[in-house]
Design a protein around this ligand. Sequence first.
Ligand code: AMP
Length: 547
Amino acid sequence: MLGLMQSKQLMISSILTHAAREHGEQEIVSAAVEGGMHRYTYADAEKRTKQLANALKALGVGVGDRVGTLAWNGYRHFELYYAISGIGAVCHTINPRLFPQQVAYIINHAGDKYLFVDLNILPLLEALAPHMPRVEGVVIMTDAAHMPETKLAETHKVICYEDLIGAEPETFDWPVFDENTAAGLCYTSGTTGNPKGVLYSHRSTLLHAYAVQMKDVAPVGAADCVLPVVPMFHVNAWGLPYAVPMAGGKLMMPGFRLDGENLTQMMNDEKVTLSSGVPTIWLGLLQYLRASGKRLETVKSLMIGGAACPLAIIEGFGKEFGVSIIHGWGMTELSPVGTLNAPKPGMEDYSDDDRYRHQLKQGRALFGFEMKVVDEDGNEQPRDGKSFGRLLCRGPWVCSAYYNDTENPDGILDDDGWFDTGDVATIDSQGYMQITDRTKDLIKSGGEWISSIELENIAVGHPGIQEAAVIALPHPKWDERPFVIAVRNEGADVDRDGLLDYYKGKIADWMIPDDVVFVDELPHTATGKLLKTDLRQKFAEHKLPTA
Ligand code: AMP
């Protein structure tokens, strides 16, 4: 017997309709690319999004067409999120920090019909013009007054965003279609091989947005102001452009200036309560706050993910600034959030130090998301916080196949529907998962595994170290041994032996790295992760003193 409830399709457009109707006066504030702050309300955003939907249809964009965006976090990008998916097309967010060849590959692989580009990302597209023959036109996200001369006009139709939508009506009836229809496309920023496209649906996007805004997990409510520092081109800014309007919260879109000074000013001026970003962003903010003596006046929590959050960041914000860190884990293949580290009963009694250490874990599963850790033969490992293995997951916002993937035409799941994340992890008896490493970054010394993340976390706990990467180097006796490549804090004089001494007593002696070199900076991927492939190449010839 079926239930007798309405089976309404889960449509992304319904979020904006709800926000405009129930929270119409709530604001979206954006640091505009042209300069200054742009402010408007959800009610205004809905009208302009409807104008954009009409304009897209007039351009000939139809159901299933891919429309690419190369843009920072701002109000026009927000409008594109809703208008493109709202008409049944696919909003393909592209990371402008990728290598230009990768951007061209992605545009062509996705088959983007139109591209929308922010003013200061235009030079990238100009350089790529000969390599995107199937793109019908490029819309520059600005008004007539700021419209630049561009040589793109020699090869492509070039349109000004405000001219495009200006003459269109503010009314549009959002169509209702199958909730499994594709809505968004984001390519993984894989460090090897070509990027792979993850194709989100309306259903996966909505379920993920419900899950991340649960009070227990990420505190997003109508009284909050949320600043997604994580870019809208990186897995939908962790779903916040959907979750925040769903909850009726205020959105602060930070544009492209993401240094500590700008972030502090935006946070204090707009009374931000929650923000989200990768560890490097929060490290920059922490250093700025310390140097300037400024405080975060209203921020309660910072969500951190994308890479492991070191204890030094958790403690720094907690002890010195009274800001709590919500450590989370996710990936492009997941929309992206899988786990968040929210407390369980009893944890309020933890001492500060115990709480900070607990926050090093990447957290417990959101409802709807299942995970398990398996050994090399696929046997599930006990949830004891010690047994580690490959982390597998499944759920309604986990990818089942990549877009047009000729290498894996049958998808990427095992027979029981589990997706192998490529991460190695433990899960403890309370369900908190901790990432040990990427499978390919683990160090195998004398048959035992060493976690590079753990060694990096310890290194950045040294007061003289700003950032550290640990890689394996070959060793005649042990196969592989850990090697640290570190960046000193300004003015610090820590040397090799000082750093190696610092490891003593914090981990087993045999895990202590064999050598250290200091560099001025470390290479990162376009999404802020350490680029270890580069480091492995660069230090391939480095001889360990123990070898
Ligand atoms: P991406 O698809 O670019 O978001 O990268 C996903 C990968 O980033 C994951 O598979 C992890 O290896 C890594 N990652 C994400 N969040 C964390 C975290 N909190 N701690 C450690 N690694 C993380």
